[in-house]
Design a protein around this ligand. Structure first.
Ligand SMILES: [Mn+2]
Length: 355
């Protein structure tokens, strides 16, 4: 198992690589080119630059999180093949420089959703939080404006202003998309790209929907263990894998995370491990990785990863904002660094007891 931190590149991240290098047990980062909107064919020289920048600090580029998928592919509109071709070209460029892991999601319109990016907790730390009742009272445009106000002026991943500027049109193209057709569009996409992935040795890891239920009436197809299993089985390829995100799946208390991890086994190529606190149905806030701070069975989760012999890339996920750090919400240095140490502590202790 290799531990990574998510890093958005020198112009989009408050955290520098030198600091990441000093976290014990973190050997690399997963990164992206945040200024390139979904649907753009990534210039190879930009990928090479990113890789060189990371390696110059003694870290590895362990994967791309994410190469976002254009809404035309997800909605299955007439121009989808053009965007799939661009995606394949991007994969070829990534593969040619040795990238072997690409994370993506298949959520219509919104990449992830919260109703508060800086909820103040008892100890003064702030966290991302979600309240279904608050969301139900909002129009998507109002939510967008709220997210912008609390972003600390960072570009939020998956919330590209240009794309979401046309939010009415975006909702429009999904008008006739059902969960059934969304799933078919995913399968169509995977069948088109997987031969390229196989050629270059790139594993695709689909990220669960966040939160794992429908928002604003949009269809969702990656909500639980059954959905993930069905996706891995729909197109049979060792490169058709999963990014197991405990925070996204765990927002729904019905998702038995250790059970899901065991059922997917070797299909998990990438792991996001974090904790959160359930408040009531449809209401949660993120928490420290430390098990007792939240509701998730962090020990059971790490035990399950040990049981399946997980050897992929793991990263801590959203952290709390602590110690006066100003960062992209969820992506400060301090709490994620603490998170890595907690995860390694569990991992090391559990692997000793099973030896
Ligand atoms: Mn995640």
């Amino acid at each position: 198992m290799k531990m990574a931190l998510r890093w958005f590149g020198p112009s989009f991240d408050s955290v520098d690589l030198h600091s990441i290098r000093q976290i014990p047990g973190v050997s690399g980062v997963v990164s992206t080119l945040p200024d390139l909107a979904a649907g753009i064919d990534w210039p190879r020289e930009r990928i090479v630059d990113l890789k060189n920048t990371i390696e110059a600090e003694g870290l590895e580029l362990l994967g791309i999180e994410s190469v976002n998928i254009h809404d035309s592919i997800k909605a299955g509109t007439a121009d989808k093949d053009m965007y799939i071709e661009r995606y394949i070209n991007t994969l070829k460029s990534l593969g040619s420089v040795g990238i072997d892991l690409v994370c993506y999601n298949f959520m219509p319109v919104f990449d992830w959703t919260r109703t508060d990016l800086a909820k103040v907790r008892e100890d003064g730390a702030t966290v991302l939080a979600y309240d279904q009742k608050l969301l139900d009272a909002l129009h998507p445009e109002e939510m967008l404006a709220q997210m912008g106000k609390k972003s600390n002026n960072f570009l939020l991943p998956g919330w590209e202003p240009e794309r979401l500027g046309g939010i009415r049109e975006l909702f429009g193209i999904y008008q006739s998309v059902t969960t059934g057709s969304l799933f078919e569009n995913l399968v169509y996409f995977l069948k088109a790209i997987l031969p390229t992935c196989e050629h270059y040795g790139i594993t695709m890891a689909i990220h669960p929907d966040d939160p794992p239920w429908s928002v604003f009436g949009l269809p969702r197809i990656v909500k639980n263990g059954g959905d993930l299993l069905r996706i891995t089985q729909a197109v049979d390829s060792p490169h058709n894998c999963v990014a197991l995100c405990t925070g996204s799946l765990g927002s729904n208390p019905k998702n038995d995370l250790p059970g899901i991890i065991r059922s997917l086994g070797g299909k998990i190529a990438f792991a996001h491990v974090r904790n959160l606190r359930h408040t009531a149905e449809g209401i949660f806030e993120e928490a420290a990785h430390y098990a007792a701070d939240g509701s998730l069975d962090m020990v059971g989760i790490m035990e399950a990863f040990g049981d399946i012999g997980f050897s992929g890339i793991m990263r801590p996920d959203h952290g709390r904002a602590i110690w006066n750090e100003v960062a992209l919400p969820g992506y400060g240095l301090y709490d994620r660094a603490l998170g890595t140490q907690y995860l390694w502590g569990l991992w090391d202790a559990l692997s000793r007891t099973t030896e």
